[in-house]
Design a protein around this ligand. Sequence first.
Ligand code: 6GU
Length: 254
Amino acid sequence: MRFDVLTLFPEIFASYLGQSLLRRAIDRGLVEVRLHDIRDWATNKHKKVDDRPFGGGPGMVLMAEPVVQCVEAVRSLGPEPGHLVMLTPQGQRLDQAAVERLAAERRILLLCGRYEGFDERIRLLLEPEEISIGDYVLNGGEVAAMVVIDAVIRLVPGVLGDEDSSAADSFSGERRLLEGPQYTRPRVFRGLEVPEVLLSGDHEAIARWRAEQAFLRTCQRRADLLAGRDEPREPRTEQKESRRTNQRGDKLGE
Ligand code: 6GU
């Protein structure tokens, strides 16, 4: 999987790219990330890549010329043009289904904006897929681009160790439920005990408990993920129960 990141601030990515999981994937040739500074394609002598919006208004707009030139040049560097993604709060919100779709690409170009936005002709000429990471405004697309890379590389075969499968992740697989609680040693911490079933050695009972907990946690925290599912196998009483609990699963005072 190859990523080309087009940004005005390539240095923002340095520490993320040195992070161990990604570093290992890069060293093993599973993932490649190339950074490109949009400013290198500025056509004026002041290396200016943004300008005031026609019609007036606050902020600056990224100019079409350096961005389009940069995308075209970067595309031509590779064996295939790649899938162009523009990071913008106006895009489709990223979810695991979109991550899975992106993970099927061999080359992805991530175009990061800054300032108030992109000259509209960038969209009209390049027809990128526009992605947002949520309903809030960031100062630029760089952090969002790292989110996309981080989520996608988990799905690249061989990137996670054998023991850390992405299949059990919240949102992954058919069920798209949140993961339930996990415990590790010690068995008792500050009086809080690990649920007995996890120590029982009964793999079927453990699997059943985990499935129940995942369902319960999803009801309690993200009932929206269950909407439209045809699988509400859980007894009604437990769903009612969940409405009287808060995010940590504690009982709320009545
Ligand atoms: Cl991709 N960019 C910016 N600037 N803000 C965002 C975003 C992206 N996603 C959510 N907010």
